[in-house]
Design a protein around this ligand. Sequence first.
Ligand SMILES: [Zn+2]
Length: 95
Amino acid sequence: MCYCTPSIRTPYCHNCNQYMRTEIESLRQQLAECERERDELHQVCRDAYEVWAGSEGIPEPVYASEAYLYQLLINMRDEVKRGIAKVGAYKTGEK
Ligand SMILES: [Zn+2]
């Protein structure tokens, strides 16, 4: 059936066909853009994790303020790890 003129009951409509082709092409472009963004975000997470992994080691916190900052750093590292795992899973189709 035709979507542009519901009264028309032809199996093929040039207008609808053209519209669908344009829509499909637009969706393909949006998907490609999303995949590029995903790959960039994955790389940002990996770079952030490398900063952690390449550190010289963090001294034992002595003061409460240092303990707070240390915990903050650990939490941020864990969020980055979670991001890497999540995006990695999307890239391999595991979700
Ligand atoms: Zn139509």
